[in-house]
Design a binder for this molecule. Structure first.
Ligand code: NAP
Length: 525
């Protein structure tokens, strides 16, 4: 007979568990242990995805050595079956056998899917639970539905942690998950998160809503679930360990939003100025969805980007006169009474860098290329400060309309040669990313300064040509930092740490460029 003491697996108290569990996966045992070694240097809680290894049972000898060398580590062994979203192709019996062995070699927790648990005898699960804590898990790879019903079903099976993972297809799905965690998290030890690009809110705010811990990837490209954020990013960008009930939530909303550098710059500013706030990437496929989240989470402020700068206006309770005039809003503040106020800081992004360089904007002759949202912010802001503004746009009509409203002048491309400008500003997307296009040819650049709103790449072809023409250049990164700094000031009432903000964006752009160059090199092989 097994003695009571021997059959008792010491239970890990939820409060003692680290808040971030780093998921580690690999294609063979040596790689798994190698990766786990690296992760264990900075993390004390990991999940080993045994199901990603072709014959996981055979990997356990190596895992045992690893566990013996890391006695302080808490480890979840997962061997999810293919039918339930994992990669293990064996039977339920073999799955439980692998998990049983993993427990025997020292994994303190084992993950068992609800579907597996429902199909096996309770004594079998009890036996497993006698040697390790059990995380009973359920994954919905399609949506976020019936969370309470799912948990009710799960509760019939005794477990140490109940893990409910859904897929966010809207931002509001995060709200559903967090409300669920809030309702149920006090009753049992619950882990909840939404997968998918739109699930980022739950990944960062789930802990404060009631999730005992959350999952992270071991690095970029190492995700074991869609939308997983790396542990390093969760800690250094989103400061997950510090997010608490008092943390104010901000975000950048747009569609697409994947490449936005705003979370990097804003979270750096909050960290530098000791503001208890976190700034998230909000992939809003519909404005209504975004507005619901603003109220339900609640979100204290938003940066608005393409394609919503104009469409957001009807949803706002008020805008300042400048924003009304421009007809585009890039900054939203949610006041204490819940009302939404709109501002436009793109103007500051254009005006501030020019004020630093020109003795006066009054009387300066400035050409703006484009007549879209960013161009409007530039044209109105510069015209208000007394500059003589010219607009050149692909379609003549929007240029003429803007010129009429802002007391500026529209210009035909053929007439460019008649003018010499103090500044030329590119407010079109021509030259973005890897494109080598330019909105003006070298001979058309007749200006002392050329300012490109595009900030990735750091130096566009237009700026390159401008330098060759002897003009001084103003890269779009300056606009990006100044418009973000003004947002920070509006939200916090504090001066923004602009140098720090500039540094983090510069670094990120350099890293992106280096990665792109390396990828190009690899492709070329
Ligand atoms: P938008 O509202 O879509 O306006 C785009 C403008 O560019 C329109 O006037 C459009 O002309 C013109 N355009 C687009 N594609 C063109 C092409 N292939 N050839 C010629 N003209 C073209 O965009 P936006 O919000 O104003 O943004 C414009 C640029 O500024 C983007 O690159 C954006 O990333 C950048 N930006 C940077 C910052 C920053 O912080 N650095 C801030 C805001 C915006 P039509 O009227 O003929 O369509």
């Amino acid at each position: 007979m097994i003695s009571e003491a021997k059959s008792y697996a010491p239970r890990l108290l939820p409060l003692r568990l680290p808040r971030v569990c780093v998921a580690v996966s690999a294609s063979d045992a040596a790689e798994l242990v190698g990766k786990a070694e690296a992760v264990a240097r900075d993390n004390s809680f990991i999940e080993l995805r045994l199901d990603h290894i072709p014959r996981p049972g055979l990997a356990l000898a190596k895992v045992k050595h690893f566990l013996e060398a890391h006695p302080g580590l808490t480890v979840i062994a997962t061997c999810r079956r293919a039918a339930n979203g994992g990669k293990f192709r064996g039977s339920i019996a073999s799955q439980l056998e692998v998990l049983g062995k993993a427990a025997a070699i020292g994994c303190q927790l084992v993950d068992v899917e609800l579907q597996t648990a429902l199909k096996c005898k309770s004594e079998r699960l009890q036996k497993l639970r006698a040697s390790a804590g059990m995380v009973l898990s359920f994954h919905d790879f399609r949506g976020t539905k019936k969370l309470d019903e799912t948990l009710q079903k799960m509760r019939a099976i005794p477990a140490d942690y109940y893990k409910v993972v859904s897929t966010a297809t809207t931002l509001s799905d995060n709200v559903a998950m967090m409300q669920f965690l809030g309702r149920e998290g006090d009753i049992q030890s619950l882990v909840g998160v939404c997968m998918g690009e739109q699930g980022v809110i739950s990944r960062v705010l789930g802990l404060r809503a009631g999730s005992v811990f959350t999952f992270a990837a071991s690095g970029a490209g190492e995700e074991t679930a869609p939308g997983q954020i790396s542990a390093q990013e969760l800690r250094s960008v989103y400061r997950i360990e510090q997010v608490d009930a008092a943390t104010r939530v901000y975000g950048v909303a747009g569609d697409p939003i994947g490449h936005s550098l705003s979370p990097l710059i804003m979270n750096a500013a909050f960290r530098r100025e000791n503001v208890n706030a976190v700034y998230l990437k909000l992939h809003a496929k519909a404005l209504k969805d975004l507005i619901n989240c603003v109220r339900d989470i609640p979100i204290h402020g938003l940066s608005i980007t393409m394609p919503y700068k104009e469409a957001i206006l009807p949803y706002l309770d008020n805008t300042d006169s400048h924003t009304t005039k421009i007809g585009a809003c890039n900054t939203v503040v949610r006041a204490q009474d819940g009302k939404l106020y709109g501002f436009n800081t793109d103007t500051s992004g254009v005006v501030r860098p020019l004020e630093r360089r020109l003795s006066a904007l009054q009387g300066a002759k400035i050409l703006v290329l484009g007549a879209g949202g960013a161009a409007r912010a530039a044209v109105f802001g510069l015209a208000e400060r007394g500059a003589e503004v010219f607009i050149l746009n692909r379609s003549m009509e929007p240029a003429k309309k803007l010129a009429r409203r802002a007391h500026a002048r529209s210009l035909k491309r053929a007439d460019l040669k008649k003018h010499v400008f103090d500044v030329i500003i590119n407010a079109t997307p021509i030259g973005m990313g890897n494109s080598r296009e330019t909105p003006l040819q070298e001979k058309e650049i007749n200006a002392r300064y050329v300012f490109d709103m595009i900030y990735d790449p750091f130096e566009t072809r237009l700026l390159h040509l401008a330098k060759q023409r002897g003009a001084q250049i103003i890269p779009g990164i300056e606009m990006f930092v100044h418009q973000a700094a003004r947002q920070f000031e509006i939200w916090t009432g504090k001066p923004a740490p602009q140098d720090e903000m500039l540094q983090v964006v510069m670094l990120a752009i350099q890293e992106r460029a280096a990665k792109a160059a390396a990828a190009k090199k690899t492709d070329g092989r």
